[in-house]
Design a protein around this ligand. Structure first.
Ligand SMILES: *Cc1c(COP(=O)(O)O)cnc(C)c1O
Length: 224
């Protein structure tokens, strides 16, 4: 955890940015609630989960901790109610139907669900996320939903492209966020950067890096 925080601070300073403008989301998928509790004791507040049921179980086990939970995995429309009821953020929005369900199912006693639209910045190389030229249209639809709060954009570039390609992908996400701002959306979040590429993401303007293995260790088992 401290090593990751130092990497974030060093990358921010190298980019001429205040380290406080880069948030850290600890991706705890596949790790048990006790691992989350240990990270929370070390001061970490925000955690990311990819699998709905695994996340909901951990949230219940850690209900006493007041942590912030982010859903970052692919979401089928039959699982939206669990995300709407238990999470604070959803990063992987890519369909208006899912957005409508999340808004309709968000319980009244909770604040609006924070959402990021996931963008397919890699073209053919990735199946998840909306195409860059669909972002403005989906953002407009999301902004009309009363129980969602559009916060920004998220991407997962292809891992094997090298630094030049990653810079291009992260730069595209930043440009798209600027386009949303120019159209009047009060968006503030660029969810980009993981264990292996957080420096490049911060250089390109990331406000929230999603880091798993560099905090918790290498995941084992089939679900990566
Ligand atoms: C697993 C995962 C991460 C973290 O990946 P690491 O390489 O372990 O840091 C970040 N974002 C998403 C969407 C993930 O699924």
């Amino acid at each position: 955890m401290q090593a990751v925080k130092q990497r974030i601070a060093a990358a921010a300073l190298a980019a001429g940015r205040d380290p406080a403008t880069v948030g850290l989301l600890a991706v705890s998928k596949t790790w048990p609630a006790e691992s989350v509790r240990a990270a929370a004791r070390a001061g970490q507040k925000a955690f990311g989960e990819n699998y709905v049921q695994e996340g909901v179980d951990k949230i219940a086990a850690l209900a006493d901790t007041g942590l912030e939970w982010h859903f970052i995995g692919p979401l089928q429309s039959n699982k939206t109610r669990l995300v709407a009821s238990h999470f604070d953020w959803m990063h992987s929005l890519e369909r208006v139907k899912v957005a409508e369900r999340l808004s309709a199912q968000r319980p009244d006693h909770l604040p609006p669900l924070n959402v990021c639209i996931q963008v397919n910045v890699s073209g053919e190389a990735s199946k998840s996320g909306v195409a860059p030229d669909q972002v403005v249209a989906l953002a407009r639809q999301v902004a009309d939903l009363p129980r969602l709060r559009l916060r920004g954009l998220m991407c997962i570039p292809e891992p094997d492209g090298g630094a030049g390609v990653l810079r291009e992908r992260f730069g595209l996400l930043r440009e798209l966020l600027g386009e949303l701002r120019a159209r009047g959306h009060a968006v503030d979040t660029l969810s980009m950067g993981m264990s292996d590429d957080l420096e490049l993401a911060i250089e390109a303007g990331s406000t929230l890096v999603r880091v798993g293995s560099a905090i918790f260790g290498t995941r084992t088992g089939v679900r990566m």
